[in-house]
Design a protein around this ligand. Structure first.
Ligand code: 8YV
Length: 328
């Protein structure tokens, strides 16, 4: 009987598919993250892995678990996985793209609105009994209508956000990518700009790129310096793309207006983090894909990929397609 390890309780539809396929499932349900040593031990008793969350699957992991027949990630991002190492052991790895683009772009949109009107700090103030009298010049936010949305990484999620921003607020879209996205340029009437132009021209700068050696820490003090003083910085991708200490300084010094983060580095964020007490800042606990509908689709997609691999078929959302080529 094929044995599958699942690193977290996932939506039932995913579990059901794997059970119907006849696999024996081990589901890690403890309320703490799974240390790599334990993960390796558990994998040793299993044939395949469904990894939900950011388990570190590095070269050491694949060296120890080279027997695995497949790894299905329940996430679109795979910065936590050494794909080259997996490929060297011919282990196919899949992710869950597209199905979470709507939900994640919703969170970017939510952060844009929340930060532009300082909604979360206002809520906290009422809780403290601070709603006292009306002041026409207090509590003023910034409007999004007709402003420029700069997207760093105009891929699936960035395009969804840009569509919403255009439809709701007639925002003008500019973007910077490694490669131009000409199809999106046409749909969105988006303008490709240099990284420096993206920084200097955006009213809202939203990050949707992968975390890699090239993008790590890219949004740092010198980047914030180049942004408008009225700009909003939004990150729903990975916390490692921005430098947190520099972001705190930039908001404290009013170098930029504010920030909305669904991702931090590290995660979870400490409750005493100074960002939580700054005006015009909203931090969410990495809930981009956290809707009933999307998590269901992610679980089903991850299960379908695993079933394909374990039936000697190509995983539909394969990341390292090279594992199937004969010269590998
Ligand atoms: C997940 C994500 O919630 O897909 C991603 O890359 O960041 C989120 O959708 C997270 O990775 C846990 O699986």
């Amino acid at each position: 009987m094929i044995k599958v390890l699942i690193t977290r309780k996932i939506p039932q539809r995913g579990i059901q598919l794997l059970e119907e396929a006849g696999y024996k499932l081990t589901i890690y349900t403890e309320k703490r993250s799974l240390p790599q040593k334990e993960l390796i031990e558990l994998c040793k008793n299993n044939d395949a892995l469904l990894s939900a969350g950011s388990n570190k699957l590095n070269a050491h992991f694949f060296e120890e678990c080279s027997h695995l027949k497949a790894v299905a990630l329940m996430s679109v991002g795979y910065d936590n996985v050494d794909i080259e190492a997996a490929t060297s052991y011919k282990i196919p790895v899949s992710n869950t793209p597209d199905v979470l683009s709507n939900a994640t772009s919703d969170v970017a949109f939510l952060l844009m609105l929340a930060v532009s009107r300082n909604a979360f700090q206002m809520h906290k103030r009422i809780e403290r009994g601070g709603w006292s009298f009306f002041e026409p010049t207090a509590n003023l936010g910034i409007e999004l209508k007709g402003k420029t949305l700069g997207v760093f990484g105009l891929g699936r999620i960035g395009v969804e956000l840009a569509k919403k921003a255009k439809a709701a607020y007639d925002m003008n879209v500019i973007y910077h990518n490694r490669n131009r996205n000409t199809e999106a340029e046409e749909i969105l009437d988006a303008k490709y700009v240099s990284f420096d132009q993206l920084l200097s021209e955006s009213d809202v700068l939203s990050v949707h790129a992968n975390l890699s050696n090239e993008t790590k820490n890219l949004f740092n003090g010198s980047a914030f310096e180049k942004m408008k003083r009225s700009a909003l910085f939004i990150n729903t991708a990975r916390g490692g793309l921005h430098n947190e200490a520099d972001l705190i300084n930039a908001i404290q010094d009013k170098t930029i207006w504010g920030a909305g983060l669904d991702v931090t580095n590290p995660e979870p964020m400490d409750k005493d983090n100074p960002l939580l007490n700054l005006p015009n800042v909203c931090v969410l606990p990495h809930i981009g894909s956290a809707t009933e509908e999307t998590r269901d689709k992610m679980a089903v997609m991850a299960a379908d990929n695993l079933i394909a691999a374990l039936s000697n078929k190509v995983m539909p959302q394969i990341i390292n397609r090279e594992v199937y080529s004969s010269n590998h």
